[in-house]
Design a protein around this ligand. Structure first.
Ligand SMILES: C[S@@+](CC[C@H](N)C(=O)[O-])C[C@H]1O[C@@H](n2cnc3c(N)ncnc32)[C@H](O)[C@@H]1O
Length: 286
């Protein structure tokens, strides 16, 4: 494993985020340094040539990641637990003693453990946390009416939304991603959080065909706008009548294009949530 890293001015952050936290690149980590005008970007590469290409294109440094560092990266808890409404706590620790402490401290909430890894979805990104909050609200509504509900998470990354859905009471949870590393990490997280019964598989949304005309009550898709726009009609067909669609990961400048694509499938009047440069949308299918 090799790691390419570079310090950059904050003014370049959105460009680099878009370049590296987008579609195929789930192996990038951006670290903001409080009070500093610069941030660090690291991209983890299996192949030295990929790192070398980044070095040639952007400058910075390339180094070999020692196994010791890799273990440390996964083992140490670096950030405080994230609270999602009064229902969930997301922690990056996987130490059972630490998790027990967090459970005791936040009694009455379910704790989800998602250690830092080379997949997107640790809960601290606006696009994920908005999806989690919406999920908590929708689950509350379904559970209040004693209604069984199902969910499909498109582009699952670490599996965080699928795991949350299972914990929140979804009877049938499906999720997929086109990145095999994300799938292995999500499987590990599903097992760590004891949320068995989630159907997880590797697939590209562009080629995805839901089996046997399956429909879901909730679909979540935290993916870039261009991927959403090209696949919205397929997603719409996979949504049960009366179902809810949560779209996230949309940059503000792409907001209108997603609304237009949704209109073509007859999805209208989204509730829109804007956080920084990110937009999430909640649609209801009549
Ligand atoms: C922004 S992350 C979202 C991860 C997680 N669902 C969350 O909300 O934090 C987007 C994920 O979508 C996956 N992805 C991007 N394009 C895809 C496609 N065409 N088919 C399937 N997965 C895709 C990426 O690999 C990545 O894991």
């Amino acid at each position: 494993m090799f790691v390419w890293s570079k310090m950059s001015p904050v003014s370049k952050q959105s460009i680099l985020e878009e370049r590296f936290l987008g579609l195929a690149q789930t192996n990038a980590v951006i670290t903001e340094l409080p009070g500093k005008k610069r941030f660090r970007i690291e991209v983890y590469c299996d192949d030295k040539n990929d790192g070398q290409n980044l070095l040639n294109e952007f400058g910075g440094q390339l180094s070999k990641l020692k196994i010791k560092d890799w273990v440390k990266l996964n083992a140490s808890s670096k950030r405080p637990p994230i609270k999602i409404r009064d229902r969930l706590i997301i922690t990056d620790t996987d130490d059972p003693k630490e998790i027990k402490k967090i459970c005791d401290r936040f009694e009455g909430r379910d704790v989800i453990s998602i250690p830092a890894a080379l997949a997107f979805g640790t809960g601290d990104h606006e696009t994920t946390s908005t999806c989690l909050r919406l999920l908590v609200d929708l689950a509350k509504e379904h559970n209040k009416n004693n209604k069984e509900w199902s969910l499909c998470d498109i582009g699952t990354g670490t599996g965080i939304l699928a795991i949350a859905a299972k914990i929140l009471g979804s009877k049938m949870v499906d999720c997929f991603d086109f990145d095999s590393t994300a799938i292995s990490i999500a499987k590990r997280n599903i097992s760590r959080n004891q949320t068995s019964g989630i159907f997880i598989y590797e697939a590209d949304l562009f080629e995805w065909e839901p089996k046997k005309k399956k429909c879901w009550d909730i679909i979540t898709a935290n993916i870039f706008a261009n991927v959403l726009n090209a696949n919205l009609s397929k997603i719409f067909n996979a949504l049960a009548p009366g179902g809810n669609l949560i779209l996230s990961g949309i940059l503000r400048e792409h907001e209108n294009s997603v609304i237009e694509s949704a209109q073509k499938t007859s999805l209208t009047n989204p509730i829109i949530y804007r956080k920084g440069k990110w937009v999430s949308m909640h649609y209801h299918k009549d």
